[in-house]
Ligand binder design. Structure first.
Ligand code: ZN
Ligand code: ZN
Length: 341
């Protein structure tokens, strides 16, 4: 039996273990991908710790920003071939038949299976994937750039898309980290004027470098007041994991404003005034990752040179140190990408 190196979760309270496991073989409709790069998404840490109500089945391999070269294909695979570079996203499988799937909302499929959670993920030398749910990485997009785009990119691209941001509008991005640094660029691509809100000046410097028109340090200034001075935000994208940021985002909206929820704060609740929501015609939208079409668009935008992905690389052997660094905010770049072993 062939084996491969992988980072495996055996216990939600223990570090991941780097070990030899059986190398996967593709079944019908499946492919095996030799992973070149895999991004670290905060969800991987929640998966490894079993933080969410529905927990992964142990043992499992995390990682849902996997990018690599198709090494082998199973029977019936038509959309990709050996040698193609593909991305393996969070949405590892959907039924293809329910009302969500047939209406282009496969991300809401109730029978979906998620990569690095219910399906072994990309923290390994090889990963098996359902061919229909991988994204083709265009030529000219490096695997290291493609990895964060596979979750952080597509998630924030979709959030900006559902916000309906238009060129005449002001979009506020609450939180400039792994997600926020991309969200603000998609809002710029949509033609909007962009205000970035964060608690750290270093992050706001990054936001300005990436094209933010206004930056607001919410520790030193009141973001509600500052955004109201600009006429109020027509859309606000919440990628900061704090209910307070969500409440500030709500209060910073102009009439007819849209509030898009993306981050998942551990504290699940916020205060939402009904009166102002009704009178100001506010729309609240939850947005979860993105579809296959959204991923293809995310890659096309990057291939056209319209976005920059900021990351630092680590070897996968150092996955536990990388998790700790992210949990303590010690990572220098907005995103960490493993360049495998
Ligand atoms: Zn993710
Ligand atoms: Zn479905």
């Amino acid at each position: 039996m062939k084996t491969m190196k992988a980072a495996v979760v055996h216990d939600f309270t223990k570090p991941l273990s780097i070990e030899e496991v059986p190398k996967p073989e593709p079944g019908p409709g499946e492919i095996v991908v030799k992973i070149e790069a895999s991004g670290l998404c905060h969800t991987d840490i929640h998966a490894a710790h079993g933080d969410w109500p529905v927990k992964p089945k142990l043992p499992f391999i995390p990682g849902h920003e996997g990018v690599g070269i198709v090494e082998s294909v199973g029977a019936g695979v038509k959309n990709v071939k050996e040698g193609d570079r593909v991305a393996i996203p969070w949405l590892g499988y959907a039924c293809g038949e329910c009302k969500y799937c047939v209406s282009g909302w496969e991300t809401l499929c109730e029978r979906q299976l998620n990569t690095g959670y219910f399906i072994d993920g990309a923290y390994a030398e090889y990963a098996k994937a359902n061919a229909k749910y991988v994204g083709l990485v265009p030529k000219g997009v490096s695997p290291l750039d493609a990895a964060p785009l596979t979750c952080a990119g597509v998630t924030t691209y979709k959030a900006v898309k559902v916000s309906g941001a238009r060129p005449s509008e002001l979009v506020a991005i609450f939180g400039v980290g792994g997600l926020g640094h991309l969200a603000l660029q998609y809002a710029k691509v949509a033609g909007a004027t962009v205000a970035a809100v964060d608690l750290l000046d270093e992050k706001l410097d990054v936001a300005r470098e990436l094209g933010a028109d206004y930056t607001i340090n919410a520790k030193k200034q009141d973001p509600i007041e500052e955004l109201k001075k600009l006429g109020g935000a027509d859309a606000a994208i919440c990628v900061a994991v704090s209910p307070k940021a969500f409440e500030q985002a709500f209060r910073s909206l102009a009439r007819n404003g849209r509030l898009v929820f993306v981050a998942l704060p551990a504290d699940n609740y916020m205060q939402l005034p009904i009166f102002e929501t009704v009178l100001n015609g506010i729309r609240i939208i939850g947005s979860i990752v993105g579809t296959r079409l959204d991923l293809a668009e995310t890659f096309a935008i990057h291939a056209a040179g319209k976005t920059r992905v900021l990351y630092e690389t680590r070897p996968l052997d150092k996955v536990n140190e990388a998790f700790e660094d992210v949990e303590h905010g010690r990572n220098k770049a907005p995103r960490i990408v493993f360049n495998q072993f």
